[in-house]
Design a protein around this ligand. Structure first.
Ligand SMILES: CC(C)(COP(=O)(O)OP(=O)(O)OC[C@H]1O[C@@H](n2cnc3c(N)ncnc32)[C@H](O)[C@@H]1OP(=O)(O)O)[C@@H](O)C(=O)NCCC(=O)NCCS
Length: 439
């Protein structure tokens, strides 16, 4: 049995069944069933219907995912689900050059005709129980609204910034890159870029491995999002030895009033080395006839700010949460990452859904490796000690949110003075966590 056909959660099935609804897995080898599911998902996100000619392409790429639906057999179009969700385990990079398997949840939609009767709750709880039963230690997602998922134990764990750069004020002062930037077709990028993306993924906590669908969508090779229709350009960076170490995808849009003031929108820029980073950013900032470079979904800690003559030319026009995490198995999740400082930390974790509920002692050795054990009685005298909910644990997990801030916010209680600082010293990630795409 693979994750995709693990049994449907009995509790959620019963709850929905009591309301006349049917929770089940979609047979993705059945083209019509898959098409109905995809169109329900598109409708759920207020998108137009996916053109018939793209259905097979999409099915080829996401059929392997666990594809779940809720049907209402009393509706006139009973074949089209009234709710959708898909999920799959994927490597998530953690601090300390490690990865953990995260249960990625996507395509969460409930038809407006059926909203606010507990369908999303049934789906989400089922996903969490399924992931837990399969031994996946945490669930992850990106969100349309920041108001939905806290109630299920998720919290933001990476932040992101949308940048706008005034190229006329941003002369390049960073290092000169040793390699070169070349145009590449999207088809060529499809061949050589995926390895670059994967190598870059492993260096940044918060990044996930891209499956065929996410990769194809990212580089503009899929369905209605095809790159040509958006004037999407791709460039690749080869280092001095001719090895590909980064790529950028960008779109150009003219200013009708001034041909010298195009805007370049950087859809994606991914680099393995600092050299490639410098080479590609310099290329983008020096594009002719471009006054503004807009770069959504960047890390909140861009070296770029330090590589231009006027740091105020790089403005974060929006900063917000991006990757949300929900710890299910505290021991497996906390033991999977590495820590920046040794020490012992007692955690008193509350979790209304039960998965992570309990008290544990996290013992971190000099190499930054943690052992997590259940804690009975009082915490050892030398241990930091805190009480927090599973939400705060998810926020802290990648080291991008500070425990001291969450104490100040009243979200974490220090059971011993100074405990937040001990957590911050240990959980700190040398690389600021970041997820550079949507899923
Ligand atoms: C968001 C969505 C999935 C919710 O589905 P739903 O079946 O109506 O949700 P439920 O009835 O199960 O609600 C569960 C809980 O979430 C709350 N909730 C639901 N949608 C919410 C929203 N948009 N904002 C805040 N709270 C929300 C409900 O009030 C309920 O709270 P409670 O359990 O504390 O009483 C649905 O409205 C939808 O498909 N929206 C459009 C697509 C979308 O944004 N999907 C999310 C992708 S990340």
């Amino acid at each position: 049995m693979s994750f995709a056909d693990a049994p449907i959660d009995a509790d959620s099935f019963a709850r929905l069944d009591a309301g006349g609804l049917r929770l089940g897995l979609v047979d993705t080898s059945d083209r019509d069933a898959f098409a109905a599911w995809v169109q329900a998902e598109m409708r759920g996100f207020h998108a137009g219907a996916l053109a018939e000619k793209y259905i097979d392409e999409q099915r080829q790429r996401i059929a392997y995912r666990r594809t779940t639906a809720v049907w209402d057999d009393s509706t006139t179009d009973a074949a089209t689900p009234v709710a959708t969700v898909s999920s799959w385990p994927t490597p998530l990079t953690l601090p300390g050059d490690t990865s953990v398997s995260g249960w990625a949840i996507s395509s969460v939609t409930v038809a407006p005709t059926h909203q606010r009767r507990g369908i999303a709750r049934a789906l989400l709880e089922a996903e969490l129980r399924t992931a837990d039963s399969l031994g996946v230690p945490l669930a992850i997602l990106t969100v349309s609204e920041a108001t939905i998922y806290s109630r299920f134990g998720f919290s933001p764990t990476t932040m992101t910034a949308d940048l706008e750069i005034d190229t006329r004020r941003a002369s390049w002062t960073g290092p000169a890159a040793s390699g070169r930037v070349q145009f590449i077709s999207l088809e060529q990028l499809n061949e050589v870029g995926r390895d670059v993306a994967e190598r870059a993924r492993r260096a940044v906590p918060g990044e996930i491995e891209l499956d065929d669908h996410l990769w194809g969508r990212l580089i503009g090779l899929l369905g209605d999002e095809k790159g040509e229709s958006k004037n999407l350009r791709a460039v690749i960076y080869h280092d001095a030895d001719g090895q590909p170490q980064g790529f950028a995808l960008y779109r150009l849009k003219g200013d009708p009033a001034d041909f010298s003031s195009h805007t370049a929108t950087v859809e994606h820029l991914r680099t393995v080395t600092d050299d490639a980073y410098a080479g590609l950013w310099r290329y983008l900032l020096e594009l002719p006839l471009v006054a503004t470079v807009s770069a959504p979904l960047r890390t909140v800690d861009e070296p770029l700010v330090w590589q231009v003559s006027d740091p105020r030319a790089v403005r974060a026009v929006r900063r917000r949460d991006h990757l949300w995490a929900r710890i299910l198995d505290v021991t497996a999740a906390l033991e999977a990452r590495r820590y920046a400082a040794p020490g012992r930390i007692a955690l008193d974790i509350s979790d209304p859904l039960g998965f992570a509920h309990g008290r544990v002692l996290v013992s971190i050795d000099d190499s930054g490796t943690a052992t997590v054990s259940p804690l009975d009685g009082s915490a050892p005298a030398d241990a930091a000690s805190l009480a927090l909910s599973v939400n705060e644990l998810g926020a802290l997990y990648l080291g991008g949110v500070s425990a001291r801030t969450l104490v100040r916010a009243g979200r974490i209680t220090e059971l011993r003075a100074g405990s937040a600082d001990a957590v911050d010293a240990a959980f700190h990630s040398p690389v600021t966590p970041w997820l550079s795409s949507w899923f």
